[in-house]
Ligand binder design. Structure first.
Ligand code: ZN
Length: 232
């Protein structure tokens, strides 16, 4: 152990390992967040509560078995900082870490029926190519490990810009594009309980559009999970 600590210290000198939220270097090589930030995480505990605000967001819009978000999102918070690192700075470890946390939280909620599949909300293909990964997919991988539920990546796809109608004006075209999801082969989804996963929920419009497409599969049961929740 002493030897290991010595190695950690030496490694730290050459490869500073810092807290993903606040940048503090008082953190061991194995940790993602410092103790202060870990304690400050604004947990919703929504998985424990039926009729929580995320579920209410979808009332009258799409039928859900349940829905939950792990953290509250607010501006200038550590959650915003984490989301920024995760989505725009290539820090995929954040997604794996919180995916595992989300999965573990679902495991503790006995009221929640375990899904058959985790499905990441697809990014626009061009954006995924630019970023190199789909953040929802990374979250799914972490959740899958904690929940022992497989990830279905190709269940639903998102149509590209060029596939949308070109004669519409720019604003309506963008709006339109958000709704462009497509399930290629519904048979794999029939009579399955699918948990649709995304990084953050605000209005829920994109999740609703994707959920509507998934619900075209016969007998499909839908749940929704996001890492962060922000009220509008
Ligand atoms: Zn910190």
């Amino acid at each position: 152990m002493l030897f290991k600590n010595a190695i950690d210290s030496v490694t730290h000198l050459f490869f500073p390992h810092i807290c993903a939220a606040c940048g503090s270097d008082i953190i061991s090589q194995q940790q993602l967040l410092c103790l202060t930030c870990t304690e400050k995480l604004p947990l919703t505990n929504y998985h424990a509560y039926p009729d929580n605000p995320v579920e209410k967001t979808f009332w009258g819009r799409i039928p859900l078995i349940y829905a939950s978000s792990y953290l509250y999102f607010s501006k200038d918070s550590i959650v915003q900082q984490l989301m920024h690192q995760f989505k725009y700075k290539g820090n995929q470890d954040i997604g794996t870490y919180f995916g595992k946390k989300m999965g573990a939280a679902f495991q503790t909620a006995t009221r929640l029926q375990k899904p058959d599949f985790l499905v990441p909300l697809p990014l626009h293909p061009s954006r995924e190519k630019k970023r190199g990964y789909n953040q929802a997919g990374i979250l799914c991988d972490g959740m899958s490990e904690a929940m022992n539920v497989p990830v279905l990546r190709q269940a639903v796809t998102r149509k590209t810009h060029t596939e949308t109608q070109t004669h519409k004006n720019r604003a309506s075209r963008w709006q339109n594009m958000d709704g462009r999801f497509w399930i290629g082969d519904p048979s794999i989804l029939e009579n399955k309980h699918v948990m649709l996963v995304d990084d953050v929920i605000t209005t829920g419009a994109t999740l609703e559009a994707c959920g509507q497409e998934l619900l075209k599969a016969k007998g499909l049961l839908l749940s929704i999970a996001t890492l962060a929740y922000t009220s509008v």
